[in-house]
Write a new protein. Structure first.
Length: 189
């Protein structure tokens, strides 16, 4: 489907130079002289390579239809990560190259996720906005450190480090934001 360049949004998948590109960032640039143009940062769906492209706002580009499938994460093996379509119960793998390491660290058995597919091929995974993880290691609180904005480093059960409030100790379950790996709150059990 052809669309005008000024309607491109992050998450769209475009056909450009014979390849499929996922839009990561867009920026509308209006120079003092001349017409406005769109600066688009894109990632090649197949190889993962990134590139920047510029289009005039009146140019047209080919947007691909992306289908979103509600899935359940099953397990990881040598081939990659395995998911199950919740409607058809069909299982399919995604390679380690198709899922960013930061996202893969948050995957938990039985987790509900959304998988984007283009022409039946899975290309990306959308995680829930928050997950509950256990703090396995936390630094001791420094006496006299009473500033309200003081945080200490903590190691989570998935191997990621996060800044946590001083009252959180090892063994505590916390809610973590999957977008930026930040502490949200103590988990309510």
């Amino acid at each position: 489907m052809k669309i005008q360049a000024n309607t491109i949004r992050p998450g769209h998948v475009l056909e450009h130079q014979g390849k499929q590109w996922q839009v990561l960032k867009i920026q509308l640039i209006q120079p003092g002289k001349g017409g406005a143009f769109i600066q688009v940062e894109m990632r090649d769906v197949a190889s993962g390579n990134k590139t920047n492209e510029r289009w005039r706002t009146a140019d047209t580009v080919e947007k691909l239809d992306v289908r979103q499938i509600d899935c359940t994460y099953l397990f990881a093996d040598d081939a990659g990560y395995n998911f199950m379509d919740k409607e058809t119960y069909e299982q399919f793998p995604m390679s380690r190259d198709e899922i960013a390491d930061e996202q893969a660290a948050f995957l938990q058995d039985g987790m509900e996720v959304v998988v984007d597919t283009i022409e039946g091929k899975p290309v990306s995974v959308t995680l829930p906005s928050t997950v509950v993880l256990e703090v396995v290691e936390a630094d001791a609180v420094v006496k006299g450190q009473t500033a309200s904005s003081s945080y200490k480093p903590g190691l989570l059960s998935n191997g990621l480090k996060v800044m946590i409030p001083p009252f959180i100790e090892a063994g505590t379950r916390i809610v973590v934001n999957t977008a930026d790996c930040s502490y949200v709150e103590r988990a309510k059990d």
